[in-house]
Design a protein around this ligand. Sequence first.
Ligand SMILES: [Zn+2]
Length: 270
Amino acid sequence: MELQGSRFADFLKPGQVVYNLKAEDKIQAVEELLDVLVKLKLIENKKPILTRVLDRERLESTAIGHGVALPHARMDTGHDIAVVVGRSAAGIDFDSVDKKKVHIIILIVWNPSIPGLFNHLFAGLAQFLRNPGFRKRLLEAKNKTELYKVISEIELNLPVQEDKIISRASLLWKLQEIEIQKKKAPKAKKKELQKKADLIRQELDVALLDRFDRLMERYGFAVAEVEGGACLGCFINVATGMGSAIEGSNDIYVCENCGKFLISKKKTHQ
Ligand SMILES: [Zn+2]
């Protein structure tokens, strides 16, 4: 499937937009949206996808702030991708980073046979959702037609510099915590932790995971916190300006001294 130059509307028909969600909480909202996909025959089995989406939410909320959430799951549904958008006027508690209720939910289920699709799609979405003017139009759309029109404008051109909407550093941090727990866990618990680890691994590129695994093997940990401008993995100061860049960014930084991935201590203590 060619994504370069495509529009979000290529994956979204008007029937995949719900202007007034009835749901009052996160689980109901995901269920209501999946029901739409079942009705449109874009997915067959709701239950396993619901479980996967909610497991992913439990790892880390996909609410990105400013009233928007992007719940997702990677699963073979027989289709490349299934997208559905819901709007809630009252708002839904989605454990958002900014503690605000979510009014727009973009739910995406994509096929694992299409590598990279997730990153491309989210990079395209990120560019639009970061724009306050665009968000305002999205949140203030007066009816279903208007909402569909606004969403249809999203282009999926690959940005020159990939814009990451999901914090990969914090996913790597979670993966590290799970891998460390896994080492000491009894057999039954190990399986459960492995399932969580796999969920995270599905969202990260192979090269990144490769590096992560090598660091884990060599040092027992791969991601180091940054505090007061120093890498807590090696206690050497990181390059000037990098400390604050790490705090404000969703991208991956690597310690120039010890080679570990860096994460802001603020992000690990949320
Ligand atoms: Zn270091």
